[in-house]
Write a protein that binds this ligand. Structure first.
Ligand SMILES: NC(=O)c1ccc[n+]([C@@H]2O[C@H](COP(=O)([O-])OP(=O)(O)OC[C@H]3O[C@@H](n4cnc5c(N)ncnc54)[C@H](O)[C@@H]3O)[C@@H](O)[C@H]2O)c1
Length: 261
């Protein structure tokens, strides 16, 4: 049986990558979807691949603007009569080292990834509390929320803060039967990491440093999102799930490094 039958999900960042794959998996499982992104052309293109009249709609919104996020939640409730699931996926990747990053780029990273997630959680939770139906909220954090990556100070900081927003929201919303969790992917093949992939040797280095010896695929993350959005995770809240092939373990295998110990 489809796992998300009669469930309404709003997904931000849904025009591309991981969030688009989550939309595909939720659609496969029978959910009705509101796809949200600020990139109107890409969003239109993404929405075209979904079949079935009335089950998938799209809405252009910038998650850094709380009034737009509120409007997206209102749109989901207006079109489908309720909101059961929010996936906060919108994100971007901008390199910046502590000594060089300017105010504008620092604020941009915090705005999209921390404020965007916060606005989404708040708007969805208000709607879910009003409905008295409970709900499921999943935010895309990152393996970089735990491992400090040089050259990514804004990104790491924003994602680390997302983990705490997730935990506090889970504590406050539990009594309303709203579950709030985060997924922290490792390096996953999407347009977000294209500029890294363009660097010779980068992918090989990541694969070598990953215990499961491969890059992540969008489906790896989408299946975890499905688990967190479904009844199968009914007693799970306030957690950050690392879907990273073991990258964040930063373990050392001396025997492998030295031949023997
Ligand atoms: N790909 C990875 O390796 C990786 C690793 C860890 C975490 N993540 C996180 O997963 C999420 C999805 O990433 P992805 O790799 O699929 O990226 P992606 O670039 O393929 O997709 C991100 C989407 O977010 C949208 N977006 C960006 N800013 C927005 C805004 N202000 N308002 C609305 N939409 C906006 C973009 O238009 C794009 O469609 C992000 O939060 C990212 O930080 C990705």
């Amino acid at each position: 049986m489809a796992e998300l039958e009669n469930q309404v999900a709003l997904i931000t960042g849904a025009a591309s990558g991981i969030d688009l794959e989550i939309a595909r998996v939720f659609h496969r499982e029978g959910a009705q979807l509101l796809l949200v992104d600020r990139n109107e052309d890409a969003l239109k293109k993404a929405a075209r691949e979904f079949q079935g009249p009335g089950h998938v709609h799209s809405f252009v919104a910038d998650v850094t603007r709380s009034e737009m996020v509120d409007a997206a939640v209102e749109e989901a409730a207006r079109r489908f009569g309720k909101l059961d699931i929010l996936v906060n996926g919108a994100g971007l990747n901008y390199a910046g080292r502590l000594l060089d990053i300017d105010d504008e780029h620092w604020h941009m990273l915090i705005d999209v990834m921390l404020h965007g997630a916060f606005y989404g959680i708040r708007a969805a939770a208000r709607q879910m509390v009003k409905q008295k139906t409970g709900g499921k909220i999943v935010t895309l954090s990152s393996a970089a929320s735990r491992v400090p990556l040089g050259g990514a100070i804004g990104y790491c900081t924003a994602k680390a803060a997302v983990n705490m927003v997730t935990r506090v929201a889970a504590v406050e919303l539990g009594k309303h039967k709203i579950r709030v969790n985060a997924i922290a992917p490792g390096e996953t093949m999407t347009p977000l990491i294209q500029r890294h992939l363009d660097q010779p040797g980068w992918k090989e280095l990541v694969v070598r440093e990953t215990p499961l010896r491969r890059m992540g695929e969008t489906g790896d993350v989408a299946e975890m999102a499905l688990f967190l959005a479904s009844d199968r995770s009914d007693w799970v809240t306030g957690q950050v799930f690392f879907v990273d092939g073991g990258q964040g373990l930063r373990g050392v295998d001396y025997e492998e490094l030295m031949g023997s110990v």
